[in-house]
Design a protein around this ligand. Structure first.
Ligand code: NAD
Ligand code: MG
Ligand code: MG
Length: 339
């Protein structure tokens, strides 16, 4: 698989375009600010009237416009509102407004791949999907690096979509760490699979079950928190920096032996079978349909599950312990008053 870097792109192409970033959440704030710092002269954030994000964007010196006005103004519309709202935002504010031959962009393939949005024929449609949470897309860029990006072209009406997508990917920082060219289908399916089985779904359940096992056996919740949550970061940092062997070099031989013999008892071939089932439901569109139905029903189950998680003892003891470790919160990646 070929990786692309700044040297492979025309980084200047995007600088003269009028770019409207729809939404100012996790990805939105990172794209808008990174583009601006990369020299894109006309970046606008498109938000609803009364949105609590208006203040955040303006305090960073960004211009804010109503959604429909921004769609009419822009050469490139990057849609970074929640996935479940993108189809209605496209219908109500974008479809009739974008000028002929301009570009519609996404950071995730879901709406295009599962036909929730059927984009207008004359538009270019591309994707630049950073492979990391938005707050890191911003913080890594500020450190002089970047988060790797997937790039894909769904529709190339102008014949120039790929060059512009590559230039956009560089401006958010992807050209510093690597840009991989892919398709909306592959990005969408691998992204959903990763977040459901390993990164978010799998990891959170592993942490919770480990914490519960220790506390149910009578160990103090503070100790259980450190063992099963706090240390995850320390371990993952070592894996991130140099692979699994790098982590194993740093831990004790006892820990490494335990990893080999007990790890496979926790995540075994049956787990992998279930991962394959999850992948099947992603590929068939069953998961996306279920999620969109949940949204049509007002996200009742979704919000209930969020509430239940907030009540979990690990979240309670975690808050207490983190308050005693103020350095953890210094230069926090997530600051809800700003991003
Ligand atoms: P988010 O929930 O953090 O932010 C969405 C923002 O959209 C809100 O902050 C608000 O400013 C705006 N918004 C909400 N409702 C709106 C409405 N009705 N009209 C207009 N604006 C509205 O979203 P996110 O997690 O950044 O996701 C945005 C896109 O990026 C999605 O397609 C997602 O799949 C993709 N993506 C996200 C991440 C991530 O790190 N969160 C990573 C890769 C790709
Ligand atoms: Mg995702
Ligand atoms: Mg230990």
């Amino acid at each position: 698989m070929k990786m692309f870097y700044e040297k492979d792109a025309n980084v200047n192409l995007i600088k003269d375009k009028k770019v409207a970033i729809f939404g100012y959440g996790s990805q939105g704030h990172a794209h808008a600010l990174n583009l601006k710092d990369s020299g894109v002269k006309n970046v606008v954030v498109a938000l609803r009237e009364g949105s609590s994000s208006i203040k955040k964007a303006e305090s960073e010196g960004l211009k804010v416009m109503p959604l429909s006005d921004a769609a009419a103004w822009a050469d490139v519309v990057m849609v970074l509102t929640p996935d479940e709202l993108q189809a209605s935002i496209y219908k109500n504010h974008i479809e009739q407004r974008m000028r002929q031959g301009t570009s519609l962009a996404f950071a995730h393939g879901l709406n295009i791949h599962f036909n929730l949005i059927n984009s207008r024929k004359d538009l270019d449609v591309f994707m630049v999907a950073p492979k990391g949470p938005g707050h890191l897309v911003r913080s890594e860029y500020q450190r002089g690096g970047g988060v790797p990006c997937l790039m894909a072209v769904h529709k190339d009406s102008s014949g120039k979509a790929r060059d512009l997508a590559m230039s956009y990917a560089c401006a958010v920082g992807g050209g510093r760490s690597g840009i991989i060219e892919t398709t909306f289908k592959d990005e969408c399916e691998t992204d959903l699979f990763g977040e459901q089985t390993v990164l978010c779904g799998g990891l959170v359940e592993l942490i919770k079950n480990g914490f519960e096992t220790l506390t149910e056996a009578g160990y103090p919740p503070e100790m259980a928190y450190f063992e099963t949550l706090h240390e995850v970061k320390l371990i993952v940092d070592l894996i991130y920096e140099g692979g699994i062997a790098n982590m194993n070099y740093s831990i004790s031989n006892t820990a490494e032996y335990g990893e080999y013999v007990s790890g496979k008892k926790i995540v075994d071939s049956k787990t992998k079978e279930r991962m394959k089932e999850v992948l099947k439901d992603i590929q068939s569109g069953k998961f996306t349909k279920q999620w969109m139905d949940e949204c049509k029903g007002g996200q009742k189950n979704f919000l209930k599950m969020r509430e239940e998680l907030a009540k979990h003892p690990i979240e309670k003891v975690g808050k207490k312990l983190r308050d005693l470790m103020p350095w953890i919160g210094k230069n926090k990646l997530v600051d809800k008053s700003k991003n």
